[in-house]
Design a protein around this ligand. Sequence first.
Ligand code: NAD
Length: 264
Amino acid sequence: MTTSSPFSVGTTDPVLHGRRGVVTGGGSGIGRASALRFSGAGATLVLWDRNLEAVEAVAKEVEAEGGTAYAVEVDVADPASVAAAATRSVELLGGIDLLMNNAGILDDYAPILETDEALWTKIIGVNLTGPYLVTRSLMPALLEDGGGAIVNTASIAGIVAGGGGTAYTASKHGVIGLTRQLAFDYGQLGVRVNAICPGAVETGMTRALFDEGDAAVMESVRSVPAGRHAQPEELAELALFLASDAASFCHGACFVADGGWTIR
Ligand SMILES: NC(=O)c1ccc[n+]([C@@H]2O[C@H](COP(=O)([O-])OP(=O)(O)OC[C@H]3O[C@@H](n4cnc5c(N)ncnc54)[C@H](O)[C@@H]3O)[C@@H](O)[C@H]2O)c1
């Protein structure tokens, strides 16, 4: 069984040449990998994260590879913070053609009896209210320039149970609903909206779980047809496809990259 990632750096075609994008949660994991991939494909970016140091480091990585990225500190669950970041981003970029709603947090697989209101509110706030607030703040800029692409990072937890706890699973099902409704409402105005649904990916979110070798989680991860978890770059490839014109007929769809988790 192959347990290592066959991933190698993909094409460097400038399929996002001239595009101006925002990536939330750009300081780590899937957001970082997507930022590097979008930039490599020609996009100019503003990277949002609550961890300013992390997102500044990613912006420097982008610049070291010849791209342009700005770092902005934001809490996507906070309306005032999102509004300020949106205004700043439009100022920096002169417009928006691309948005990746990716910032998210895990609930450590808490079932409902271990999900108090504080945990529920926190997870829903970042994972679902976050994309709502961010999209509402940036949609006028997207529409003003004739549309663009939105890529939401959902999860297999948006499709099946067992990929998170109560709040996380509910939040990701919500992200898929948000994706479909946005696509329904804005497709004919030029905005394509789609979601990626990753399975287990080695990132800041999951590293502790993988490192500690939580038996149930590790069993789920290893029993997928791929026999392994993913690297964030493998999700960035999918995000790039959806962000680019190659996905021109994709509207409101959820693209699973889970090593086969959901076919078991
Ligand atoms: N890692 C996985 O196995 C996996 C699987 C499915 C879906 N996802 C989803 O992928 C997305 C990215 O997660 P990741 O795995 O790369 O994790 P990560 O922890 O490596 O990255 C998430 C980033 O989001 C930022 N963030 C968290 N809360 C924020 C807030 N309130 N405001 C702004 N930024 C905030 C963090 O600082 C971090 O930089 C999340 O939406 C997550 O739910 C991850």
